[in-house]
Design a protein around this ligand. Structure first.
Ligand SMILES: *Cc1c(COP(=O)(O)O)cnc(C)c1O
Length: 423
């Protein structure tokens, strides 16, 4: 199957007389006739369901669809993108581990790594995604266990040179985790460029309609944990909480994702619900139609803004002349995403006038759904920062993050034009 067909059919193949649409298995628990059968499930000797915190058939079908779209061997849904990124790292690391992460990543992930996980005993070094291979290589420590970046950074719109980061990670015997939320598997499959683990906030384009918060972790099955067994004891030595199972021995290429379900989800419980998974699947069915439209609209809007006298600058990797245009052409030749950033004239004040004057495009703490929206980080998500801190975080005071939806582009441009008149 090609990607568009996979969006519809992957993960669920009904038998004769069974529901055409993926069923919602709204049950916390599952019934067995013998004690032995149930016991075999607990021993991970047999495949099956017993409690929906660990696994639920609807969630698994959606995870399988996303795994197929990304070209991975397995996936697990989580209750949010935050949970996905946390689990992706925690499943391979432990207190005392060091992570190298791109400095241009989603603010929530940056807080997770540099504040909350720091308190849990992790150590994080942030690196400019444009740093040279040599500079990135120089940041590895004895205890470095993972490298992390975003295909297209939210909100900075920076494109990650996935091959460069993969090379640095692999030459030090550690995997690369890529958050592929903005590109989606329709526009980029990071595994093809050397990433080992992919995460998503499914809350964004995968859902696509601002209905459900969710996340997913996808395993390529490519990283050889056993070749670096000393670094990854959680995967390569017996798990006493699971009768001494060694995940990589017992499950081979599925070791990482099986551990994530059997141990991380069991213990941390940040699971997705079957109702929400159903909605995520409805979103997935049209992902291949929506992404090209988001990109087409964003391109038209970016071009309009670029030529507007009230606009200082525009960052959109899909636009010719953008700093990241060449990288975007390499990794996302069919389009990047619908999110762009720009700076209206007049600094922080000009940006505030602009967002207040919008009619059709709404102010929302969201991105990447069917309806266009804007956020002014200096007044909203980053309002606790002063001008200097804003600039250090890569967020200029006038920066507007515009998430271009799938409306008629002309209506969006008219709204932007009248709002810019107030700047
Ligand atoms: C939104 C977002 C997240 C966090 O996801 P939630 O579903 O809001 O928890 C992580 N990474 C990126 C790139 C995001 O845009």
């Amino acid at each position: 199957m090609r990607k568009g067909t996979e969006c519809l059919y992957a993960g669920y193949a009904p038998g004769n007389g069974e529901p055409r649409q993926m069923p919602i298995i709204q049950s916390t628990t599952f019934k067995y006739s013998t004690s032995e059968e149930m016991g075999a499930l607990f021993d991970l000797e047999k495949d099956g369901y017993f409690y929906s915190r660990l696994a639920n058939p609807t969630c698994d079908m959606v995870a399988a669809k996303i795994a197929q779209l990304e070209g991975g061997v397995g996936a697990m849904l989580t209750g949010s993108g935050q949970a996905a990124n946390f689990l992706a790292v925690a499943n391979m690391c432990q207190a005392g581990s060091h992570i190298i992460a791109s400095a241009k990543i989603y603010g929530g992930t940056s807080n997770l790594f540099t504040v909350t996980m720091k308190k849990m005993g992790y150590d994080v070094t942030l690196v400019d995604p444009d740093a040279s291979l040599e500079e990135i290589n120089s940041l590895f420590q004895e205890n470095t266990r993972a490298v992390f970046g975003e295909t297209i950074a939210n909100p900075a719109c920076v494109v990650l040179d996935i091959e460069k980061f993969a090379e640095a990670a692999h030459s030090h015997g550690v995997p690369l985790i890529v958050d592929n939320t903005f590109a989606t598997p329709i526009n980029c499959r990071p595994f093809e460029w050397g990433a080992d683990i992919v995460t998503h906030s499914t809350t964004k384009y995968i859902d696509g309609h601002a209905m459900t918060v969710g996340g997913v972790v996808v395993d390529s099955g490519n990283f050889d944990w056993d070749a670096h067994a000393d670094k990854y004891p959680g995967l390569t030595t017996p798990d006493e909480s699971y009768h001494g199972i060694i995940y990589t021995k017992k499950f081979g290429k599925l070791g990482y994702i099986t551990k994530m379900v059997a141990q991380m989800m069991r213990d941390l419980g940040t699971c997705q619900s079957p109702q929400q998974a159903f909605l995520i699947n409805v979103g997935l069915e049209t992902l291949h139609l929506r992404m090209p439209r988001h990109c087409e609209n964003a391109y038209k809007v970016a071009k309009f803004l670029k030529n507007h006298p009230k606009v200082e600058w525009v960052n959109y990797a899909g636009l010719e002349g953008d700093k990241y245009y060449d990288l975007a052409q390499k990794y996302m030749p069919n389009g990047t995403c619908g999110v762009l950033c720009f700076g209206p004239k007049g600094g922080r004040d000009g940006a505030m006038r602009f967002v207040n004057a919008l009619n059709l495009i709404s102010i929302e703490t969201h991105v990447a759904d069917a309806k266009s929206c804007v956020l002014h980080p200096a007044s909203h998500t980053h309002r606790q920062l002063n001008e200097e801190q804003l600039i250090n975080a890569g967020v200029l005071p006038e920066l507007i993050r515009l998430s271009v939806g799938i409306e008629d582009a002309e209506d969006l441009i008219e709204d932007l034009d009248q709002a810019l008149a107030h700047v």
